[in-house]
Design a protein around this ligand. Structure first.
Ligand SMILES: [Zn+2]
Length: 323
């Protein structure tokens, strides 16, 4: 098994990166709590950077706070900075840091009209409904996440060429994954035009690294800066003094299928962290009850194996390196 650029570390993580006080952003200026729009007053795209779609993924909150402290101001169009599941974030408990991903349900599995307009009620869905207008207004979206495992940072660019092109324009992170999401429900990055090939609306979801590693904050900041640069909304001189000049070679992975958990007895047969390449087709990587989970082809890449093994949720995605 080939590991891609990281060591296999213990699943016990030091909490290098903790939640910060975001109360200064509560009022915002959009009528939506914790959502602020910086408007250049001139024509241009409406660019949205979303942090905390998952409440325990704190690197995005650090990045937005840093951008504001650095005096971010667009020169074209609008830049909106949004903190997503703020109530889950407020529930962070350092003794159980993974628990604050959401309150009642995953806020990144509700982004379909049928769900948002439907009768279901939960605290996370209520917040998604409040955020919906700003997500609908945005032309370009960067949704900032982090991961459970010590997987290298990934850009999830969706299945269409427009997402891949935007990911390439950013140049980071070095790994770009095309995938269509989860059976458990649609993601913000796939909502309405973002998920439609013919729409010019484009979204990226960045997984900046492990939730509580300090490098994840740096990745969130650098990805945000490069996203802003690609949108043309921010003064190039302001960006140039802040963007890390390194440009790693990007590699692209296409997800071919997601493994959805069907029994309560799902378990992996190894301590997979993500982006391992399994050489032989037919290798058993997990058991779902009595059913072996087999890799479908040679050189199959394991994308984001989950440590939360719940029936109906994605356990792992299979992908192929394309470049
Ligand atoms: Zn996430």
């Amino acid at each position: 098994m080939q590991k891609f650029g990281f060591s296999n570390m213990s699943t016990t993580q030091a909490l290098e990166l903790l939640p910060i006080d975001i109360s200064r952003f509560r009022a915002g200026n959009t009528g939506i709590p914790y959502v602020t729009t910086l408007d250049s007053g001139t024509q241009g795209p409406h660019v949205l950077i979303m942090a905390l779609t998952h409440g325990n993924e704190v690197c995005g909150a650090h990045a937005l706070s840093w951008l504001v402290d650095q005096g971010l101001q667009p020169r074209r169009g609008k830049v909106t900075l949004a903190f997503g599941n703020v109530d889950a974030y407020a529930a962070f408990d350092p003794d159980n840091p993974g628990a604050s991903r959401f309150l009642d349900e995953d806020m990144n599995r509700v982004w379909g009209r049928d769900i948002l307009d439907g009768p279901r009620q939960s605290r996370d869905l209520a917040r998604a409904r409040v955020l919906r207008p700003i997500v609908e207004q945005a032309d370009l979206l960067l949704d900032i996440h982090s991961m459970q495992t010590n997987c290298p940072a990934l850009m999830l660019c969706g299945v269409h060429a427009k997402g891949r092109t935007l990911a390439a324009a950013l140049g980071v992170p070095p790994l770009v994954v095309s995938d269509s999401g989860h059976k458990a429900g649609p993601r913000m990055r796939d909502f309405l035009g973002f998920g439609e090939e013919e729409s010019s609306k484009t979204a990226l979801l960045v997984e900046c690294g492990q939730h509580w590693k300090s490098e994840s904050r740096e990745m969130a900041i650098q990805t945000s800066l490069r996203f802003l640069r690609a949108t043309g909304t921010v003064d190039p001189d302001w960006l140039a003094s802040r963007v890390d000049a390194q440009s790693p070679t990007q590699r692209f992975v296409r997800v071919t299928e997601a493994v959805t958990i069907t029994t309560p007895k799902f378990h992996f047969l190894d301590d997979f962290e993500g982006m391992e390449v399994i050489a032989r087709a037919g290798t058993v990587i997990a058991m779902d009850g009595n059913q072996p989970v087999l890799t479908p082809y040679d050189d199959c890449t394991l994308v984001m194996p989950s440590r939360r093994q719940i029936v109906g949720q994605t356990a792992v995605r299979f992908g192929r390196f394309e470049t």
